[in-house]
Design a protein around this ligand. Sequence first.
Ligand code: XUL
Ligand code: CO
Length: 444
Amino acid sequence: MAEFFTEVTEPIRYEGPDTANPLAFRVYDPDRIVAGKRLEDHLRIAVCYWHSFQWPGSDIFGDGTFDRPWLDNPADEMAAARQKMDAAFEFFTKLGTPYFCFHDRDIAPDGADYGETVSNLHQMVDYAAEKMEQTGVKLLWGTANLFSHPRFMAGASTNPNPEAFAFAAAQVRHALDATKRLDGQSYVLWGGREGYDTLLNTDLKQEGAQFARFLEMVAEHKRKIGFEGQLFIEPKPQEPTKHQYDYDSATVHGFLERFDLVDEFQVNIEVNHATLAGHSFHHEVAYAVQHGIFGSIDANRGDPQNGWDTDQFPNSVEELVPPLHEIFGAGGFKYGGFNFDTKLRRQSVDRTDLFHGHIGGIDTLAKATLIAFDLLEKETLTKVRRDRYAGWSGDLGKWILSPDSSLEAVADKVLADGIDPVPVSGRQEVLENLVNRAIWSDPS
Ligand code: XUL
Ligand code: CO
């Protein structure tokens, strides 16, 4: 088995902030105990297969720029798939992160017919099981690619043609089986084509009913095979379609409530999808956490100058502290983790660039995590938020929210008690200063 990342001769280690070694972690010490738990177990980092090993560095104007030899071996696609898996597991073990994630089509090529496609998948799943056994790397989540093939151009489960639905269902059945076989923590559904390009040809209500039936089937199959992981839906507002049904956390939540599926699914929030939806990442996380549907994170960021999904490595501690404060304040991850759904820039053609991207992103997440825990331990923000709503635990607040009150009774009380609310400061600047001071004092 040929070594691929030859420049990285040693596994990446934590060497502390003063190291001069570019191939070392400065903050991410997997064994550091934070709030009673190892940092590695808080973060649950996963490397993604698709952008790191399956994508050649192409864009809509240009061809691939990366050297990924397994992508240029059409003569023996299964040998190429094994070569790709060897390189992927070499990367995972050298980086030293605990998890990976994949789409069915990332690990196994399409066959001449669907029977061969399924057989290819299961052969590669067997190969992955061996590699996982040898290396100790685990699966954070599996998923199915229901968006690349032309059969899905008008949608997968939301396609006007029921045969496309059937094909998508078949793929998810096998991808879910594969995820269970590999002891995955969770399973993701990202509906890249579940949306529309134009309303002129789209029956929204019909497509919604199809989508709900699909989600029901997935949840039923999960129970049938005894998969104990969690199902996630990954919201995104658009791209590749003009409008996607899983627009953001609130839209997904409303849909799940409407079809009585809210106990079956949580959200996998992607930083860059949040910003494409016109929200902050903080908003998406806070919504999901506070409505009980928070599951996992795709950690890539966008570029404020671009209105598309640039999938860049995280590099801003400032941006990450408030959402991480929200996540860890609510108990952190159970089935999810931080998945690096990240792409190198197209000019980053050195094999070692893949290490630099992940090392920097993981250190950024680690630093933001330490600061978030510092704020949590000191109750810096939680106390202010709690105090702000204290009135709702008092007599007036409780009574208003109870069925004993009415519009009329409240109006009468205002008159009788001379209620006259006095504005109090929201203290936004104070809070922003407190967050910045926690960052500057740097508990790492
Ligand atoms: C696309 C995207 C996907 C999902 C998995 O924007 O985020 O890669 O994470 O299908
Ligand atoms: Co994603």
